[in-house]
Design a protein around this ligand. Structure first.
Ligand code: ADP
Length: 170
């Protein structure tokens, strides 16, 4: 089964998909950017589920490059898959961790039986990863993944991010 890659410019919290991916931080307790938007729009049920996961499995935090699912609360999706992107470093190559976020999110999606998934541009906000490079790594990781997911939708917040991902799909 081949996976189709699609691009949308917009807000990930408005996407009707089986699963949407959160660029979380390792505390799982919410933050700014896309994380803040997901918790705001999704409501307190998501944070409650994150707290429970912290208590049961991730007392030391969700490791960078790993992914875990919760309810999507009031969002028009069934699940939120939280993954922790690497902070960009100019001196250390962390691309494997960024690729891992995408692979692990798809692996969790497969476990859940999700067929459509939306990704934001992980690590390109507060974590400062250059957009073109992040887009290259994200698209390659998804293309190389073996998954039953039928649609992977990248949801880019602004025109620059959209253009960077479009250049990779082109
Ligand atoms: P990180 O900490 O992984 O860098 P951020 O949330 O700071 O995560 O940013 C990741 C990307 O998500 C950035 O490109 C940012 O512009 C984008 N973003 C922020 N809010 C939203 C949203 N509501 N929907 C989609 N993308 C968003």
């Amino acid at each position: 089964m081949s996976t189709s890659l699609t691009l949308v410019q917009g807000d990930i919290t408005e996407q009707t998909v089986d699963a949407l991916v959160n660029a979380a931080n390792s505390s799982l307790l919410g933050g700014g950017g896309v994380d803040g938007a997901i918790h705001r729009r999704g409501g307190p049920e998501i944070l409650a589920a994150c707290r429970a996961l912290r208590a049961s499995h991730y007392g030391r935090g969700l490791p960078t490059g790993a992914a875990v699912a919760t309810t999507a609360g009031r969002l028009p999706a069934r699940w939120v898959i939280h993954t922790v992107g690497p902070v960009y470093s100019a001196t250390e190559d962390r691309s494997e961790l960024l690729a891992s976020c995408h692979r692990e999110a798809l692996r969790v999606a497969d476990e859940l039986g999700a067929r459509t998934i939306a990704f934001p541009a992980i690590s390109t906000g507060v974590y400062r990863w250059p957009l073109e490079d992040a887009a290259r790594i994200a698209v390659a990781a998804v293309r190389e993944a073996e998954t039953a997911v039928e649609e992977v939708r990248f949801v880019l917040f602004d025109e620059r991010a959209y253009a960077a991902f479009a250049a990779q799909l082109g």
